[in-house]
Write a protein that binds this ligand. Sequence first.
Ligand SMILES: Cc1cc2nc3c(=O)[nH]c(=O)nc-3n(C[C@H](O)[C@H](O)[C@H](O)COP(=O)(O)OP(=O)(O)OC[C@H]3O[C@@H](n4cnc5c(N)ncnc54)[C@H](O)[C@@H]3O)c2cc1C
Length: 674
Amino acid sequence: MSSKSCNTIAIGNFKIPCYSANTLVIGSGGASLNAAVQLHELGQKNILIVTDQWGGGTSNNSGSDKQTYYKMSLAGNVPDSSLDMAQDLFKGGCMHGDIALCEAQNSARAFFHLVHLGVPFPHDRFGAFVGYKTDHDPKQRGTSAGPLTSHNMFMALADEVKKKEISVLDKHEVIALLTDSSLKYKRVIGAIALDKTSLDSGNFGFVIFNAENVVLGTGGPAGIYKTSVYPESQVGSHGLAFEIGAVGHNLTESQFGLASIKFRWNLSGTYQQVIPRYVSTDKEGKDEQEFLNNYFPDMGRLATAVFLKGYQWPFDPRKVFDYGSSLIDLLVYQEIVDKGRRVFLDFTRNPSGANILEDFSFDLLGKEAFVYLENSGALFGTPIERLAKMNQPAINLYKDHGIDITRDYLEIAVCAQHNNGGLKSNIWWESNIKHLFPVGEVNGTHGVYRPGGSALNSGQVGSLRAAQFIARRYRDMPLDENRFLAFTEGQIKERLDQAGSFLQSGAFDRPSIEIIREEIQKRISSCGAHIRSFEKVEAALQEAWELYGRLKTGMKGCSAQDLPAAFKIRDLCLTHTLYLEAILEYLNKGGRSRGSYLVLDESGEKPCSQLDEKWRFSLENEESSDRGRILEICLDDDGKIRKTWVDVRPVPREDSWFENIWSEFRKDDVIKEA
Ligand SMILES: Cc1cc2nc3c(=O)[nH]c(=O)nc-3n(C[C@H](O)[C@H](O)[C@H](O)COP(=O)(O)OP(=O)(O)OC[C@H]3O[C@@H](n4cnc5c(N)ncnc54)[C@H](O)[C@@H]3O)c2cc1C
């Protein structure tokens, strides 16, 4: 709980608590907590963390078979350099080179900070933090503290926040950012939150923050998806930033993949390498079919594709053709969405050919799969027996969440998992809105492809960079109260009026909010996820704007307890509309399948002969200019959409002559605006 004192301000008849701090940190995920810890370590102690749920969000609540943290190679004879790592990040496409260089250059520093705080990354007896190859990684840069790497990071950072006695306001949902528009540029100067423990008080639970800087660590836009492996506690708040004109970029680029849906968890690594049986049933669980058999030409290729899903986890249209591992995602999607069936993994039996193909046997496997299982001593038994041998904790994890995969089928779907794009920032993670620093997943540093584990690296490096800049350049105290109110009173009043109007009699009670949330989520999952088509997106975008218009004026009939959900639904509605705008713009420009989505295209190729004609698609040419341009999107001051295609900045080749850098450093000429 917060140890900060606060004043009470009067806005009309409302008396509202107002906290002042140099830096307001929003969110309690790995990125926001690191920003707070780093700021404190760099000498800025006037910080306040505000979060809707302490320990909510993706970092503390997600993981996978072996959750990966990507860092520069630091062990053995694997040659690596920050420039090599930056080039590999940059190669993913649509990522600015200077940002890639920052993420590479600071990866060791950020990683060792976590090691120092006690995150149990494994090392050998000589102190080598050995690594493994993750996807899109030529250099064994992946490491892992096990299935719960990001949870371990959260725990270590949370302990440090406590030790440093950094103030935390829990159960406060930020509903708006406050700006000063009197300057040549727009800057953030605070925020409004709802204290969820005092919504019934006379001021609707309003709390105001007067801050010199705002670090926004609100995570990915999870709440816009119906089919999702983000934890339920993660919803996202991009709308806050879009509303004040923050620029989003690469909003088209997200990752999707196979996950269990009753307990949301990625089904990567050993869950696939043990080659479970894929079955579908009707809605009632009857009419069981091993549906993959109808599409693969033989059991060898089928079982090898399942195995490869282990380390080719995100859906990738390049891996659909030639019976690749992503054909499985597509077939799972077809069963669920087109045929209205349910899909499960069965670990208790090996795949059977069901009189269409041969039954499973190890000698049918491709060489890579066979050798891997042989080296793991797992060329025997059933999938669950192999999993018990290779990764017993993977079984225990489901048991801990009430699912016994030694006995029961595990229901799955192709789920949204991560947003490579998000808000745009400079090399100090400051957005186009001055003094606003998006860090972690809300800051979309990555483009089309990214190495597995680089999201966690980006979150730690970005929050470190933001802290460095704030601690050095933005040290002022927040505005005095009168000046602060002169800029913000109108903005606060507008939100109070909105809250008041939500409470007037009308038709928007909690069930209606849930229905709207469902509408938004269905819309995005059906046409803005991993399967996209121009016609569907065009129609969906129109519906999205219509809904946004209705929500702006017509939300009435909420109770005070519904206020956070009422504000949130508007945030989500704006967020999903901007995402659809970006997707339509990409498709309009002739954009084709890439990253983790497939764009249906009747002039393209059919992925396999047994699939329907509608599945024709073509891949983006990797050499095309599309990889060299990034779509930026924002709302202007009149609420109109602005879209700009900008050229990707290359990886900088800096002067690295020590005497020159030392001189700049002594003159305090290093940390400065980009
Ligand atoms: C299943 C799964 C597996 C993954 N595996 C990997 C992996 O192996 N490697 C990798 O690099 N990445 C992985 N990722 C991605 C990575 O975990 C996330 O990108 C990262 O944890 C996000 O951290 P964050 O700090 O940005 O946000 P989060 O941890 O999501 O935190 C966001 C915080 O903001 C708070 N918040 C949001 N809105 C508000 C508001 N309006 N007011 C107040 N508080 C608010 C939330 O409660 C939460 O505390 C995975 C993601 C998932 C879902």
